[in-house]
Unconditional design. Structure first.
Length: 702
């Protein structure tokens, strides 16, 4: 209320707002007397004002819904007109107004008109509900002997709140032909965590997660893998008698307990004595090999009694060892088909036997579905002074990956392997190599021929360690001559004989190329002795005709000249998994993988046939030292081998051992492959003066 002392003054409002509307009157004070004038009503007119804007709506597709919009004056009347995506979508209607439409993604707003002008409301977003996006970051946050605590991060909810998440749990197959069931667990969310219980101790499981809203389910995540712990010892129940029983019951229970206790003590004593005798007998037999006490202690956990192992047909034989089929009797009385690697003792020294057994001791801690596992070590009485050590490994029915790829392309009944299947092989190998590299093991001979196929067509990495310096027909020769797989060796290893994880990455790139070409020989047309110069000039394996550009980029990253620029195995595995996710699922996948898998080890009548190569492999090496100095030789090829033939010796370059007792020439320090036609020795140049054709396609530089 305004006060004035001059009766001739006037009242002014500037600027006028809509809130200034109302009733006004003048009040006079004359000689303490109050006089009020008649009231006047002032109505402020202007653009319409919205008292109800259209609101955002999340709706199912094609489902009708109603939007509301309301505006007021003055001046009246106020007319409403609806807009869709900025364009007029209706005629004028009186305020308040509603608009009914079918569900589809768009934006609505409304205009309010009166004689003063037009006002536009806010835009309302019409969102169509869709199934949620995949969850991310699936993690095992806690492990116990019989349960996991699983957590994950939800994806986009699809404009509809997530109501449930679904966990799939499947035990990893441990035996050939074993079928495992998948458990489904539903949990309400949030929180985005779940306890997966009822599991077995010390067991590997695959787990995946999906979530759902009212529209549908999100895509299922890739399997993550983890294992339960060993758990705590279970305390035996008390054998104390019931204190509420009568005295006679006490006496009877006491006598019975005393007898039982005596029997238990006798049984434990006999069992302990038996185990001790068996352990001492095994230890004595290990001691007869002349190996160190430390290695004997390591092998105690993996030793298997000879009477549990039966030997069958020979699967493959080399100059210094053989591979035979066997059957291992299990504690439950069943028998498991195995493969057994043996040594010819007259070809090895005591030190070399100890190295052979040391590799087996290293394998006992490996536990990964993509790395071949050690079943045990057995000793057999030999004709000489030493017992013959035998390494027991799983039997691989489908053989090595390289032979499988060749059969798929060149066999009597070729079969098509889609890119999705080839990528699965690569991911399996990357998982196995990631596991080995995380445990600081080097493979040094990674190739498709050294990767084995399980019964479920899972690839496992093999032939890394025990094959070293044992089987001269394929890989390395102990002491006398060593063969190196030149076309799989990194350029820096050819130069200075230093092997690292990054040299295994190089070999993995070549292995990927083998898989992408379905078993072709790397560097076709390039001789072994030309590889080093070929790589130094910047050349690399060419992109296969049907190979994806993204896949070839991953391969090429493995062959970068600087080892520091090459990715690690976890990075390679993630890149391959992302590429796999981009591809559609192949149709009739099982038909593609499982048809026409006949193998040479058995004919249709079940008779054994001689195999060109063993159908299994062995364990990674415990050795981390660099390769010793060697004199270089190179293969001399009269003509290129056909791709479908067994690659044999054309993969390797022969290296004479640095053991002074086993070579007559002076020590020479030289790379595996020199960059020219001569070899530096003791500061001078040794020229190629004579070629000794002592083998079919290998020449020794003298």
């Amino acid at each position: 209320m305004a006060r004035f002392t001059n009766p001739h003054l006037f009242y002014s409002i500037n600027p006028v707002q809509r809130t200034d509307s109302g009733e006004y009157r003048c009040r006079l004070n004359i000689s303490a007397k109050v006089i009020d004038s008649l009231p006047i009503v002032i109505q402020v007119e202007g653009l319409p004002t919205f008292i109800r804007h259209p609101e955002d709506v999340n709706i199912t597709r094609d489902r009708p819904f109603t939007l509301w919009c309301e505006a007021i004056g003055p001046p009246q009347p106020v007319k409403i007109r609806w807009l869709r995506d900025g364009l007029h979508a209706s005629d004028f209607t009186s305020s308040p107004s509603h608009h009914t439409v079918s569900g589809e993604h768009t934006q609505f707003s409304c205009e309010a008109h009166n004689e003063k002008g037009v006002t536009t409301s806010r835009e309302a977003n019409i969102n169509i509900k869709v199934p949620p996006s995949p969850v991310t970051e699936v993690t095992v946050i806690q492990r116990q002997s019989n349960k996991f605590n699983l957590s994950w991060t939800p994806g986009f909810d699809g404009f509809s709140p997530l109501t449930k998440c679904h966990i799939r749990v499947k035990e990893v197959s441990r035996r050939r032909g074993e079928v495992t069931t998948t458990r489904f667990i539903n949990t309400t969310v949030p929180p985005f965590q779940c306890e997966v219980s009822g599991l077995q101790a010390m067991t590997w499981y695959n787990m995946s997660v999906s979530c759902s809203n009212e529209v549908g389910d999100s895509p299922v995540t890739l399997w993550i893998q983890n294992n339960t712990t060993e758990g705590d010892w279970v305390q035996s129940p008390s054998a104390s008698p019931d204190t509420s029983a009568s005295d006679s019951v006490y006496v009877v229970l006491g006598v019975v307990c005393g007898i039982c206790l005596l029997l238990v003590v006798l049984w434990v004593a006999i069992l302990t004595l038996s185990v001790k005798c068996i352990g001492q007998r095994v230890f004595v037999r290990l001691g007869s090999l002349g190996i160190s006490d430390e290695l004997q202690a390591k092998l105690q956990d993996v030793m298997i009694m000879r009477n549990l192992l039966s030997i069958g047909k020979i699967l493959g034989e080399g100059e210094f060892g053989s591979v035979v089929e066997g059957h291992l009797r299990q504690p439950d009385g069943t028998s498991e088909k195995v493969a057994v690697k043996t040594m010819k003792l007259d070809s090895f020294s005591q030190k070399e036997i100890e190295e052979f057994l040391n590799e087996a001791a290293c394998m006992k801690d490996f536990n990964h579905p993509n790395v071949i596992r050690l079943l045990g070590v057995c000793l057999e009485a030999g004709s000489g002074h030493f017992p013959k050590p035998m390494v027991i490994l799983p039997f691989m029915k489908y053989g090595d990956l390289h032979s499988f790829l060749l059969r798929s392309r060149l066999g009597d009944s070729p079969l098509f392997l889609p890119t999705q299947t080839l990528l699965k092989f690569m991911v399996d190998i990357a998982l196995g190599m990631e596991y080995l590299s995380s445990r600081n093991f080097l493979h040094r001979d990674l190739a498709a021929r050294n990767c084995m196929l399980r019964d479920d067509m899972t690839v496992c990495v093999a032939d890394f360690g025990l094959s070293k310096k044992i089987y001269s027909g394929d890989y390395y020769r102990q002491g006398r001559i060593a063969k190196m797989p030149v076309k799989w060796i990194a350029v820096e290893s050819l130069a200075d004989r230093v092997f690292t994880v990054k040299s295994d990455v190089w070999a993995f790139g070549v292995t990927m190329w083998e898989i992408a070409t379905r078993g072709m020989t790397p560097y076709p047309g390039i001789q072994n002795h030309e590889i080093y110069d070929y790589l130094l000039e910047g050349h690399r394996l060419k992109q296969p005709a049907d190979c994806l550009d993204e896949l070839y980029e991953i391969m090429y990253s493995c062959w970068r000249a600087d080892p520091l620029d090459r990715p690690f195995f976890p990075q390679l595995r993630k890149m391959l998994e992302k590429l796999t996710e981009k591809l559609p699922e192949s149709s009739s996948k099982e038909d593609i993988i499982y048809i026409n898998t006949s193998f040479p080890e058995e004919d249709p009548d079940g008779e054994a046939l001689q195999a060109d190569r063993p159908v299994f492999s062995s364990s990674p090496s415990c050795s981390h030292q660099a390769v010793e100095n060697s004199i270089v030789t190179a293969d001399i090829h009269g003509s290129l081998e056909d791709e479908e033939d067994d690659e044999g010796d054309d993969r390797y370059v022969v290296v004479i051992s640095s053991d002074p007792s086993l070579r007559s020439s002076e020590a020479v320090d030289t790379p595996l492959l020199p960059s020219n036609g001569s070899v530096q020795a003791n500061g001078g140049t040794v020229h190629v003066t004579e070629v000794d054709h002592s083998s079919a396609d290998t020449a020794l530089l003298l």
